[in-house]
Design a protein around this ligand. Sequence first.
Ligand code: CP
Length: 310
Amino acid sequence: MLKRKDLLGLYGVSAGEITEILDAAEQMKRAVNSGKKSFDILKGKTLVTLFYENSTRTRTSFELAGKYLGATEVNISAASSSVQKGETLIDTGKTLQALKADFIAIRHPMGGAPHLLAKTVGCSVLNGGDGMNEHPTQALLDMLTIRETFGTFKGLKIAILGDIKHSRVAKSNLFGLTTMGAQVWVYAPGTLIPKGFEELGAHIASSREECIEGAHGVMGLRIQLERQSGGLFPSLSEYSRYYGVNDALLKYAAKDAIVLHPGPVNRGIELTPQVIDGLKSRIEDQVTSGLSVRMAVLKLLSEYREVNCL
Ligand code: CP
């Protein structure tokens, strides 16, 4: 059983808890792949998805996860809610609690917003991405995809290339993968590597080749144009030429390497279309893993709530 009311990040989450989530997700995936889309696990419970930023994968998979598990599921997008009238996050959270929500999956542009919400409400809060901080269920779905391929994390090298600085995905993957015994290597223009990343356990490569050499997983990250104040690299075409991943570079990776990307992809910028659609690509599998990971996290948090009479 998870030892927490909320899933806010992978920082400080133990190897045992990560294994428990991935094992539960594997079971969910088997059931869903065999055609089962109706469970009683969250019967009588309510899941609210509260998204202050756009999303396709995360929001849809949280919504489907809640529905498949039997919960009542409601979606609130900031654009059409009372947030537009100036309501604060805390007041919105208290309103959802008064409406008897059990789970709130939130995406917010400010790092720490889910943590504030979790302190304020008794509902279980699931972080669907907070600013540049963390995106724990994304990293867990990446980890499930990696574990399905290699059966373990120990001894694996995972190369992450792209906008590390603005990436909540990179941080959650760094925390989760290193906890499980993998090595994480990153490569990007110096302006897109956050200060202190090495101290958190990452290896900073000095070339694309060094980053990808012998890697079992090669993950491209989206250039987040919406979070950049500008001037961090000269142009997108130069970025793709000097920092993007193509088939020639993948020859440096391990023979059985897989290619990952959290999506949405800027085709031809962080990865070439040949890499995105190539045989090593697991980008669509990642999306499927996302559904089962979110089902697993909801199930395990629900068990925590039951045991602790929440
Ligand atoms: N990977 C991810 O978070 O995708 P969305 O923005 O579509 O949810």
